[in-house]
Design a protein around this ligand. Sequence first.
Ligand SMILES: [Zn+2]
Length: 205
Amino acid sequence: MTRTVIPPREGRAVIVAKGERIIIATPEGRQAADFFAFNAANLGEWLSPNHTWITNFNTKPREGDELLSRFRRPMLKFLRDGADGVHDMMIPACDQFRYEFFGHKGPHASCSENLCVAMRREGYEIDVIPQPINFFTNTRVEHDGTFHSPPNPVLPGANVELVALMDLICVVSSCPFDLNIDGWEINAGAEITALTVDVSCTGKD
Ligand SMILES: [Zn+2]
C-alpha cells in the first residue's frame, strides 16, 4: 500500500494502475475532497460526474456505481462508501473567481489551481478544469430546484474505496473553501484539514 498525504488546502496526483484500489479518507472529518481522474493513456479523457449521474440515475455517487469518463467509458467503480452517502457531483471545482464572487480580496488557494499544480508536477500542462466528484461534500437539491450546502456531517475517519478500471492519473484536492457563507458550508467553517489517499493492489496490502 502506498499512502499519499494531501496537506490542508493542497492537491496531489496519484498514479493508479487498472485493478488497483484507492481509499480516500478525511482523518479529521468534514473535509471536502475534490477528486479528478484522467486516462493515463489519453489526458483528453477525464472523469465526468455529469455523464456518471445521468447514467446511474442518481445525482450522488453510490456503492456499486461505475464512474464514467466524458466518453461514457467506465473509469472507476465505487466499491465502498464509508461516509454515509455525503458526496456531491454538482459543484465545479472552486477557483479564484468563486472566492472573488463571495467578496474575497487577493489570491486564494483553490481546487482548480491545486489540480493544475499537481498535474504540472507529473509533467502535464492542462488547460481544462474537469468537473470533480466532491467526496465528503454535503449538498442538497430541493423539490423546487433550489440547491444548497447544509452543515457538513462527515465524521472523522470517513472514507471511500474505489477501484480503477483503466490506468489512471488521479488528483485529490483538500478543498480550501474557508469562507463563512450562510447556507453554504462546504467544509467545517474555516477549518481546512488534510486528506489521505491509499493505493493498493487488489488482494494485497
Ligand atoms: Zn475547492
